[in-house]
Design a protein around this ligand. Structure first.
Ligand SMILES: [Fe+2]
Length: 172
């Protein structure tokens, strides 16, 4: 049984569509949505700890259900830098996919759902995609002194995207 770690938390961060403009493939769909709304795509509940290797970052993310064009809502995704350590992602509710991509651009995917664990090995970027009609909730755990590289994903993206076509969930 995984406890609900949203409460108590020290910091809550909202990621809205305007924070993810560069990430979705269909820029026209992004602009069309932003012309009328700026929806929350995900919320992160963090538990601040000292940024030292003896400590662990553990954060609960609530990734909402939704799409931009054909593409399902996802987290930005990132690589780790120094130390380029692993991360454990534990599903707590909902259903989705974790994209795992190495620096050569090889991209795999793992199912994420309640009571399911996905291991992101050292050297792999990770992005979570919500393919369901409900919130996808997951707990992420990694070393507290880990470095984050968002820029590589901002510029190069992931090699795969998860879309819905003719009511079918498809990887492109
Ligand atoms: Fe991470």
């Amino acid at each position: 049984m995984i406890p609900n770690l949203k409460e108590p938390y020290g910091k809550k961060t909202y990621r809205r569509l305007s924070d993810l403009v560069e990430y979705f493939a269909d820029r026209k769909a992004v602009e069309a949505i932003l012309s009328r709304d700026n929806p929350v795509v995900y919320e992160v509940y963090e538990h601040p700890v000292p940024p030292e290797g003896e400590h662990l970052i553990f954060a609960t993310t609530v990734l909402l259900s939704g799409k931009v064009g054909e593409e399902f809502y996802f987290t930005k995704g990132h690589f780790h830098t120094e130390p380029d350590g692993a991360e454990v992602i534990i599903g707590m509710g909902g259903t989705g996919v974790v994209l795992l991509q190495d620096r050569a651009g090889r991209c795999g995917e793992e199912t994420l759902q309640a009571n399911c664990v996905v291991y992101s090995s050292p050297g792999y970027a990770h992005r979570v995609v919500n393919t369901s009609k409900e919130n996808l909730v997951f707990l992420s755990i990694c070393r507290a002194d880990i470095g984050h590289d968002y820029d590589t994903i901002t510029t190069k993206g992931f090699a795969k995207k998860i879309v819905e076509k003719e009511k079918r969930i498809t990887t492109e």
